[in-house]
Design a protein around this ligand. Sequence first.
Ligand SMILES: NC(=O)c1ccc[n+]([C@@H]2O[C@H](COP(=O)([O-])OP(=O)(O)OC[C@H]3O[C@@H](n4cnc5c(N)ncnc54)[C@H](OP(=O)(O)O)[C@@H]3O)[C@@H](O)[C@H]2O)c1
Length: 287
Amino acid sequence: MKVLITGKGGQLAWELVRLAPQAFEIISVGREQLDISNENQVVDFIDSTKPDLVINAAAYTAVDQAEKDSVTAYAVNEHGVKYLAQACKKINARILHISTDFIFDGTSTSPYQTDAKPNPLNNYGASKLAGELALNEIFPQASVIVRTAWVYSANGNNFVKSMLRLMQEKPQLGIVYDQVGTPTWAKGLAQWLWIIAAKPEVTGTYHWTDAGVASWYDFALAIQELGLEKGLLKSAIPVFPIRTSAYPTPAKRPAFSVIDKTSAEMVSELNTTHWRKQLSAMMDEIL
Ligand SMILES: NC(=O)c1ccc[n+]([C@@H]2O[C@H](COP(=O)([O-])OP(=O)(O)OC[C@H]3O[C@@H](n4cnc5c(N)ncnc54)[C@H](OP(=O)(O)O)[C@@H]3O)[C@@H](O)[C@H]2O)c1
């Protein structure tokens, strides 16, 4: 089976490539080889390479930047997905697409089910939702959408690596405690995607994060604790819980981002692992 992975260089694409099953032929491309927001390029590339499956790990992920540059956010996250869906439909290639917890408004008090009503709070979330809608309209019969959240990996810029750097540069840190979600190692999501890649009968929308719940403050404390334990940090600094209102950002973020993983676990027969265990394993990789 020939698999095209978009967004090479991104956190998830990197994990997908390194975990790719031997039996699959992998074509992994970055924006320079395949800009998904360019319709002609998408059509030509898919027509000429003829993949059996496309995993779309490319996205405009600069959440705050998207408030100023919604045109580019929609060009990639909506139109890019639309072009991929049309091109895949033409050659009957299956498509696995990644979306986000940010399509929800965070007002729920229990984990979001896959059919919960979306209500994005920012342009990034709205553009990702538009991508989901485009894919569902064009090619639902051969597509899977998996929503994830709070992603990090050893490759790329993310909260874990920023915290480790800031904990060495700053005398103290204030981290928000009133946004709750689940930190997710991109490697676990990549494992799930490869299982689904081998199950052509699976379609529809799923949620995948690691297990458990944390605030950004809890997450930061765990990073410091494990960083000290593993020798990635030399000394502890005070880390204070602060409210979101004390750390204003251009994009509003959902206060509650926990998503229900039950159907994703059932369809893959893969159980989610607690986020702290995954964090520890990822930190071992950057030692
Ligand atoms: N990171 C998170 O916390 C998070 C949370 C929820 C959902 N997700 C979703 O998970 C998926 C993977 O995220 P990630 O963390 O791996 O993102 P990432 O590290 O930001 O990688 C995204 C990749 O897409 C590429 N890209 C951007 N515009 C493109 C275009 N027009 N054509 C082709 N490639 C393009 C980027 O290239 P450049 O570097 O050149 O821009 C980058 O390599 C995305 O769908 C994202 O929306 C992520």
